[in-house]
Design a protein around this ligand. Structure first.
Ligand code: MRU
Length: 356
């Protein structure tokens, strides 16, 4: 998608280097950063220079390539895979991508391994672009239906950033929105700010602005009253891990939006590529929930009147804070899952039917 009228992807490989857009600097600065070692990849995932489930999967896949470039040795590769998988716990795409790379590389001799690894990482990236595009085409049908009935702007609420910045291109939750906009359907997006890191305000609003899509940032607690007032036609969110049962792990606050949506008869959709489905865990209480530094709550970053980036503390110094990064929305609150293969109910039967 576009930044300043120029097309970008979030990650690419060039001259033995992985290039990323440093998302910790957005929206105030646009900086392309080089990752040259597997440690750089792990650090980029941990510090959230790259974030969003599909993008951290792709970064881990290229991390395996960097690991081989650095040291073409089996025990180094094993340690790199373990460290990559451990870099963030909730998004299943990370483990999915590393497992896929390691499976592909097993039995490949060392003279060929770099070539095969790069081909597979590139395949993961290209596949994600196609899957997200398909999610967009499938989700477009829902927006089109609402637009046909309403004959007015469709108001869509989203949480966090499940936009192209969280994937390689298109995004998951935003892809139907981009497709609708390109078809000339009038859409307006309510963007949850998404404390504490403000991915909604800093990333979703930014990318929608760059594509010329109307959007309004709201506090994380405003969705409920907007739904009561009839100002939300549908919600679409992304996910970091969806169980085969249809239970959805996503950015903290998603669950509360789903409860409000249920209470107000607002359809609540989750958009995801199949790489985000966890077919093995059945009990949502077993999903590891990432706990991040309390400094993400107590400190905020912004720009001052001279456009200098500054970080300030906003809490009493002695106060304790708990920073849980994800929550679970039980399947019963999910109207449907928008996948690359089509839209289905959030249930094992329905998921298995389309993914055979
Ligand atoms: O902590 P983040 O910014 O990586 O969380 C991202 C989300 O919660 C997204 O909704 C999810 O990864 C889906 S991305 C298409």
């Amino acid at each position: 998608m576009q930044i300043n009228g120029k097309n970008y992807r979030t990650i690419w490989f060039e001259h033995n280097t992985v290039k990323i857009i440093d998302q910790t600097k957005l929206p105030h600065q646009f900086i392309i950063k080089d990752l040259k070692t597997v440690k750089d990849s792990i650090n980029a995932i941990k510090t959230m220079e790259v974030r969003g489930a599909p993008l951290i999967g792709a970064t881990a896949a290229y991390g395996i390539v960097l690991s081989i470039l650095e040291n073409n040795d089996q025990s180094f590769l094993k340690k790199s895979s373990e460290d990559l998988i451990a870099s963030r716990p909730t998004a299943i795409n990370l483990k999915w991508a590393v497992d896929r790379m390691i499976k592909k590389l097993s039995g490949i001799n060392s003279s060929n391994i770099l070539k095969v690894a790069l081909e597979e990482a590139n395949a993961i990236v290209e596949e994600d672009v196609i899957f997200c595009k398909n999610i967009g085409e499938n989700g477009l049908r829902i927006i089109q239906e609402i637009a046909n009935k309403k004959k007015d702007t469709v108001n869509i609420l989203t949480h966090c950033n499940a936009g192209w910045l969280a994937t390689i291109d298109w995004g998951t939750a935003t892809s139907p929105i981009y497709h609708a906009h390109q078809k000339g359907i009038k859409v307006h997006v309510w963007v949850d700010e998404t404390r504490p890191r403000n991915q909604g305000a800093n990333l979703t609003s930014y990318e929608l602005n760059e594509e010329g899509i109307q959007n309004t940032i709201i506090t994380d607690n405003a969705g409920g009253i907007l739904m009561q007032r009839g100002e939300v036609d549908m919600c679409i969110v992304g996910t970091d891990r969806t169980l085969s049962t249809g239970d959805v792990a996503n950015k903290i606050g998603t669950y509360l939006k789903a409860l409000a949506a249920k209470d107000n008869n607002v359809p609540f959709y989750v958009a995801l590529p199949s790489s985000t489905i966890d077919w093995s865990v059945k009990d949502f209480k077993k999903i590891p929930i990432e706990e991040r530094s309390s400094k993400e709550l107590s400190h905020v970053e912004g720009v001052d009147e001279n456009n200098n980036v500054a970080t300030v503390r906003i809490y009493p110094e002695k106060s304790k804070a708990l920073n849980l990064a994800f929550d679970i929305t039980p399947a019963k609150y999910v109207t449907g899952l928008i996948t690359e293969k089509g839209i289905c109910e959030a249930s094992e039967k329905s998921l298995k039917k389309i993914f055979k």
